[in-house]
Design a protein around this ligand. Sequence first.
Ligand SMILES: Nc1ncnc2c1ncn2[C@@H]1O[C@H](COP(=O)(O)OP(=O)(O)OP(=O)(O)O)[C@@H](O)[C@H]1O
Ligand SMILES: [Mg+2]
Length: 252
Amino acid sequence: MIDVQSLTMHYGSFTALDGVSFQVREGEILGLLGPNGAGKTTCMRILTTYLYPSSGTVKINNHDILEKPIEVRRATGYLPETAPLYTDMRTDEYLAFVGRARGLRGDELKNRLNWVQKNCQVQSVWKHTLSQLSKGYRQRVGLAQALIHDPKILILDEPTSGLDPLQILGIRDLIRSLAAKKTIIFSTHILREVEVMADRIVIINEGKIVAVGTQQELAEQVKIQTQTHETPHLEDIFIELLKPRHAGAIAL
Ligand SMILES: Nc1ncnc2c1ncn2[C@@H]1O[C@H](COP(=O)(O)OP(=O)(O)OP(=O)(O)O)[C@@H](O)[C@H]1O
Ligand SMILES: [Mg+2]
């Protein structure tokens, strides 16, 4: 469903992504993890056709991102790290605007607006101007615009950032319920979120993949043993995988 091969991105002389390859199968939820500046947002912006890679190929739903960007955008819903909301619009106006831009009209548009209103829990701010929304509500409206056209693939850059604990649970439940019919990549710094939501995990650091697999597979890779037969915590795996670099950084 998503096939990323040798993806490389240079910003001037700086290499933000360096030969990144991974696949996501249909119906899978992939958690993208990595420290600040690892290259997660860069990778997601390339996958959603907002940024041209320096080299490498990406196929989304069998469409090459460079050859068929319109088809890729049609099949994909994207929640950017900072949602470019039109702050003088109301929530309902903005979502209707995005829906029309996505080609929805009439009853179809109305049904989708009702769906996102209910499922992204934005009823209480439906008639509010976007500039007045709290960060958490902005994030939910961002998620609603990503879902308005019922895309097969969702790319979510830190979807629960700025949300309170109850909202986080709500968004987690929503993402999990969507997974039955969609393929999802999400990034986060909350490791617990990956533990409870992701089928597989990609960890990147300084533009390179350091590990890919299920939590169990990553645990085997770093050979962490626990007293019981339970899978080690992702936090311990994450620290173990990134430790040599951190130790080096501290030594400097
Ligand atoms: N437009 C740009 N021009 C130059 N460098 C950039 C640009 N965008 C990103 N970078 C650099 O590329 C690297 C990767 O950035 P990116 O935003 O992809 O990281 P990230 O993993 O999403 O980090 P975070 O967890 O902080 O969101 C960083 O070092 C960043 O400073
Ligand atoms: Mg980012």
